[in-house]
Design a protein around this ligand. Sequence first.
Ligand code: WQD
Length: 339
Amino acid sequence: MKILVTGCCGYIGSHTLVELLNNGYEVVGLDNFSNSKKDVLDKIEKITGKQIVFYECDMLDKDNLRKIFQENKIEMVIDFAAYKAVGESVEKPISYYINNVSSVLMLLDVMKSFGVKNLIFSSSATVYGMAEEVPLKETSFVGGTTNPYGTSKLFVEKILMDLYNSDNDWNICIFRYFNPIGAHSSGLIGENPNGVPANLMPYIVKVAKKELECLNIFGDDYDTVDGTGVRDYIHIMDLALAHILGVKKLCEVKSGLHIYNLGTGKGISVLELVNAFKKVNNVDIPYKIAPRRAGDIAECYASIRKAREELGFIPKRGIDDMCFDAYNYVLKENENEKN
Ligand code: WQD
């Protein structure tokens, strides 16, 4: 089974690539390095001892996309390539819709012309919008998204549903990610965005490294366990494992459109995450309570019953592992840069 992985050098793409190679799949990778670095491929080779066929390619470049399918007998695509910063999407809606929606349309059109109809699409819990109920089920209301990033994921989900309804030979798995954090245990790959991060864990890591002075906790007056926001954090390696289960599912069912939440089914508050990080890594994380962030909801966590029952998905790593691995990566990244 030869699988094309788009966005293979990104945070989720690179960790999934490790799992695919470790499970013996033949992979062709594609990335345009808009939000990733080429040296990730060397690190993946260090971890797995394997190289992949790689194309530096923008998915909007249909001719280059076609070339990949002409030169490789692709049988399935896992599509990670997308911009994913909520705040940035509000400032740059056009570039988000072009990159996150038009590029998928190019991909689907090329897949169709080569008769490739097996697809795993990376979606997001943001499609649930200002969720009314928790835990969120795959049948929960979707829509009411509050930013172009979330709306772009919702648009593509609808496109995939229309595509499947037009041709039931398509075999599609949509994964709705909750809050992926952590890193591969080797410390060779992980997440450490440049600049001031929007997301909680990368911000905590920079405070731990004293690159940022203090964490602002956006609100402690929510109706939650301790007043701070509650989210479903899932270890990136558990998320990567879920993609192996998704590949196996598509190989088994041959056609259909399947949607799964990927989280742990457990909500963790900001303060609980901060305290776990401090304990596990024996560091201080100075913080202060700041006003609520626009668009935030009090609680968002998944029901993963469907993924457990239909894919056999059982997340293994807990919040301590996520905190340890997230920090370990950044410490190792510094060491590697010095050498
Ligand atoms: C988590 C909690 C904040 C930063 C977003 C996207 C989602 C997914 C993950 C792509 C909230 C609080 C945060 C900070 C804080 N990305 N917080 N201080 O908003 O749940 O989800 O990222 O798929 O699509 O929407 O994640 O990490 O930004 O926030 O107090 O400096 O941490 O209020 O309660 P979020 P987050």
